[in-house]
Design a protein around this ligand. Structure first.
Ligand code: GRG
Length: 624
């Protein structure tokens, strides 16, 4: 309580009322309120813990209040357990962060301020229009990092001074566009824009300044008081760019003594002691409760509050939708969805196989043994997810899924035969030729293949004969010489020194072909543009390899109980697998790269592609 006596005495000595001039507007902006509300609603609706990447807004009091409610703040996404809810900060995040969140199976909600989101879309627009973007802002600030992360590196230059603009290694006729950090000082931005216009001949600018309304209003209202105040207090966090700007702005506007204070604990009593009039404002992320505590401390020492009227802010933003979180909870995990899908697929298969008696019973039983009631239904789930993405019909997609499962089961039955892999265990039970006999296994395989084509060609699968013909044609190609059969030949008869290129070509045919067909078939059931089809096929190609590389890895790291088939076979049998050639580390790395390529291929589809992303994540991390 140092200096208390003299502070109170000063008021008495001069005989004047010591005043606090409170700037208006001050404190929380609409973007900050929206971001805090996002975390609070997520906590209320989904329970703790809710993870937040970085400070949701730059204010420690806000962070601590949310922590008490169950929020956990982290610096990096890898600190968040898989499957958890992760909220991204109001400052906006680089695209890579969103991709990483998907890759980590995080249920992500982006609380980016809509005004920052607008800057993201503006820079993308300028970039597409062939312009080099100048971002007027403070290097290293999270908003700048997030904006830089919207475009390929080198497409944006950050400038914060006339020297930065002069030093740009760009010819003066370069097509330029500029945007401004939302929290930049208005006057500084104006002089930098003049500098840009002097330096470049072809400059495009956003129609309205991208400095946000709250920054501009808070700077204006503080400036208006600056000259009347002996001391200006700005309530704000050291990390808050807009709060720091406010302190700078009032100094420039004529109040030499300006201090940034978190709250009453930081009050500069030696300056307060000699002040008669104190200006007071708060940054856009500072809670009013901190301002009130500062006022109470000053009032206790003879100051009286005076609200200075200013612009009335009516900006509100629509709350961030938490619907994707609720949707994921309704749908359950991918494992749950695979279980429920299995029931529907089995119904179609049971009807298609039918009940047989007499001589025909053994074959029907063998077919049923191979295809009904087991298997992950990975390929069928792909058909379903793609079909849903393109607006296909569920009952048609189920039939296509069942058809693919027949073909897949056939390939497993034949693959397990003594003339091929000679396996005793499949899907956790004896292989078909062990349970029945080799001839029955060959014939059950043949019949399964026929059944697969029959299901596709049946009118119930799609009323359009052209679609059915394309399904049949595409499947024929996927499993023939250039597909499964050709890939299996490469696997059985590898060269003496197989290369990585050879292994991936083999795995692409042997495994990825059917996965690619599943994606293509799903897309055929609905509508998609040629570009969307290309992206889906790129996704499928990478997914097929992720799936097979994981299969190779499971041979090394898998547990026979979980995998349901023999493990540790590849190295002993001299098979040219990804793990044998690249080691567990190399194969894991390759699978990660391919997994990321899956997410990238789906980038343009938005949230509707989440089920497909789940499938890619499952393929990369599965233990069976
Ligand atoms: C179909 C014309 C035609 C020929 C078949 C035998 C053969 C030629 C090809 C073998 C293809 C094969 C078995 C590739 C391995 C694919 C793979 C990783 C299978 C494991 O698939 P999962 O894990 O199995 O989806 P589940 O049991 O879950 O369905």
């Amino acid at each position: 309580m140092e200096g208390v006596t003299s502070k109170s005495a000063l008021g008495r000595e001069t005989g004047k009322q010591r005043r606090i001039l409170l700037a208006n507007p001050r404190g929380f902006c609409a973007g900050v309120e929206r971001a805090i509300d996002t975390v609070e609603r997520a906590l209320k609706d989904h329970g703790a813990p809710i993870y937040v990447r970085r400070a949701i807004v730059h204010n420690q009091e806000v962070v601590e209040r949310l922590e008490k409610q169950g929020a956990i703040f982290v610096q990096q996404l890898d600190e968040i357990p898989r499957g958890s809810i992760a909220i991204l900060s109001a400052h906006g995040s680089a695209r890579q962060v969103l991709q990483e969140a998907r890759a980590r199976d995080l249920r992500t909600v982006d609380s980016i301020c809509p005004l920052v989101a607008k800057i993201h879309s503006q820079v993308e627009g300028w970039y597409r229009a062939g312009r080099h973007v100048l971002l007027i802002g403070h290097q290293g600030h999270p908003e700048i990092v997030g904006t830089l992360g919207q475009l390929p590196s080198g497409s944006i230059s950050v400038v914060s001074s006339a020297q930065d603009i002069a030093a740009l290694d760009l010819p003066s006729n370069t097509a330029i566009a500029y945007v401004i950090q939302t929290t930049f000082a208005v006057r500084d931005a104006d002089s930098l824009i003049d500098e840009i216009n002097r330096r470049f001949s072809d400059v495009a600018a956003p129609r309205a300044s991208s400095i946000c309304y709250a920054t501009a209003n808070r700077q204006e209202s503080a400036e208006a008081i600056a000259q009347k105040a002996d001391l200006f207090l700005v309530v704000g966090d050291e990390r808050s760019s807009n709060a720091r700007r406010l302190a700078e702005v009032v100094r420039i506007a004529g109040c030499k003594n300006a201090a940034l204070v978190r709250d009453e604990r930081d009050l500069p009593w030696s300056l307060i002691e000699v002040a008669e009039t104190i200006g007071l404002t708060a940054g856009a992320s500072s809670p009013e409760s901190a301002v009130e505590r500062v006022c109470r401390s000053l009032e206790a020492h003879g100051f009286a509050k005076e609200e200075i009227s200013g612009k009335v802010e009516r900006v509100t933003f629509r709350p961030v939708s938490l619907e994707p979180l609720a949707q994921r909870e309704r749908e359950g995990s991918i494992e749950d969805r695979l279980v429920s899908l299995r029931k529907d697929i089995d119904k179609v298969l049971e009807i298609a196989i039918g009940r047989r008696s007499g001589h025909d019973k053994r074959l029907a039983d063998a077919i049923r043994y191979a295809v009904v009631g087991s298997g992950k239904r990975f390929r069928a789930s792909l058909v379903m997810a793609v079909s849903e993405l393109v607006g296909g019909d569920y009952s048609q997609a189920i039939r296509v899924g069942a058809a693919i499962e027949c073909i897949h089961a056939q390939s497993l039955v034949h693959d397990d035969l003594p003339c091929m892999d000679n396996d005793d265990l499949r899907r956790g039970k004896p292989t078909l030729h062990r349970k029945f006999d080799e001839a029955t296994a060959v014939l059950a395989g043949d019949a399964l293949m026929a059944l697969g084509f029959e299901l596709l060609a049946d009118q119930a699968t799609n009323p359009d004969a052209d679609v059915r013909a394309r399904l049949v044609l595409s499947l024929s190609k996927a499993i023939g010489q250039d597909g499964l059969a050709g890939g299996q030949m490469m696997d059985l008869y590898p060269p003496a020194q197989p290369t990585e290129q050879f292994v991936f070509a083999c795995e692409s045919r042997k495994t990825a072909s059917l996965i690619r067909f599943a994606v293509e078939a799903g897309a055929m059931l609905g509508r998609c543009t040629p570009d969307e089809m290309d992206r889906l096929l790129l996704f499928a190609e990478n997914l097929g390899l992720v799936f097979q590389i994981r299969d190779d890895l499971l041979d090394n790291i898998g547990d026979v109980e979980l995998v349901g088939k023999a493990v540790n076979k590849d190295a002993d049998s001299g098979r040219a697998s990804a793990t044998v050639l690249m080691g567990v580390g190399g194969a894991t790395e390759e699978a990660r790269k391919r997994e990321n390529a899956c997410y990238e291929a789906l980038d343009g589809f938005g949230e509707q592609a989440i089920p497909l992303m789940d499938i890619a994540r499952f393929a990369a991390n599965r233990m069976h």
